[in-house]
Design a protein around this ligand. Sequence first.
Ligand SMILES: [Zn+2]
Length: 419
Amino acid sequence: MSILIKNVLLNDQRTDILIEGNKITSVSNNIKTEGIDTIIDGSNKAAFPGLVNGHTHAAMTFFRGYGDDLPLEEWLNTKIWPNERNLTDEIVYWGTKLACLEMIKTGTTTFNDMYFRFKESARATDEMGIRGVFPQLMFDGLDPVQAKKVQSRISAKDFEGNYSSRIMFSIAPHAIYTVSGGSYKWAMDFAKEHNIIVHTHLAETQIEHQNAVKNFGMSPVRYLNSLGVLRPNLVIAHCLWLDKDEIQMLADNDVKVIHNPNSNLKLASGHKFLYNEMNDKGICIGLGTDGCSSSNNLDMIEAMKMMSLLQKGWRLDPTALPAEETIKVATENGAKALNINSGKIEVGKLADIFLVNINTPAFTPFNNNTASNLVYAANGNNVDTVICDGKVIMENRKVCGEEEILQKANELVEKLIKQ
Ligand SMILES: [Zn+2]
């Protein structure tokens, strides 16, 4: 199969993009149209690499708009955890389908997930046509007996199944306040053996920081460093509460960090994400939305704007995190963090691309600054076409099966949220 995107704007230059199989094979002018299976007229469009949502809990789309405006502890204890007892395979499957639908419609082609019943999420995502990384999620309540049980239940066989190459796996010790140090070490050994990433939450709130000092005698990053689990395949969501030495520890070990500005603001976890300080040390920083229970949507274009404006705002510096750099964070850096050969539109990369319609108010007047218009003026609704792994999965904003997904989600939510 081949796709030719003709005469599209890429970095504000007109070009053609040729996709053969699942890779980008040419980016140049006047590529011949003979023998091409699908030709997309790009004359009203700008192309960007597919967005990489570096941290989310996809099936939590069912909790959208439920339990807003509460403190984190109360929200988890009274709203989320009691209802999560009602989860079924069917709910996780359709919740993930709803998440994929929303991600496709807003230009995301890859996401790093963390939720229960990961096989259902993997199956749903495989069917929807985008990429996902799905974890064996670990909780042991810091109890050594429970830790042994959790570890003994996890095996490489869990990852076997009839999935496409778009589906990848990981292991996810949830956080240092729900998972023991022993289980973190075990997860890192398991990941090394199976060449997968380790995905966790860390240094999200001030309370987590204070409790780590109280319980372990040191701050969260120092604690993971003392366990020897800061490694290049560790992907950490949040990292809001850090000092200089901790940034150095992350840099020395090539740990990947995912910023989730919408979630951090809505839960009031903090807003001074140390982007410049980490970036200057060479840390790979990606962007995520977090789950729909704390960010309410999965729109990475909105998240890019929030990230950029937050950096400018708290630093009182309008030059902080310009639009082009924000796009790099949400594409190239995310792909690097997840060890996927995408995130750039260039020859040899996986064909994960989205097109925006520039014949819309957000891109008008045309000023040859599509990066600025994407980050500061547009939102996910400006995405017109999405290609993932060399296949067109949305054109003219139409996604296959959309009506059924919306209907199922409305039906199933009553089985999940009962209190
Ligand atoms: Zn999270």
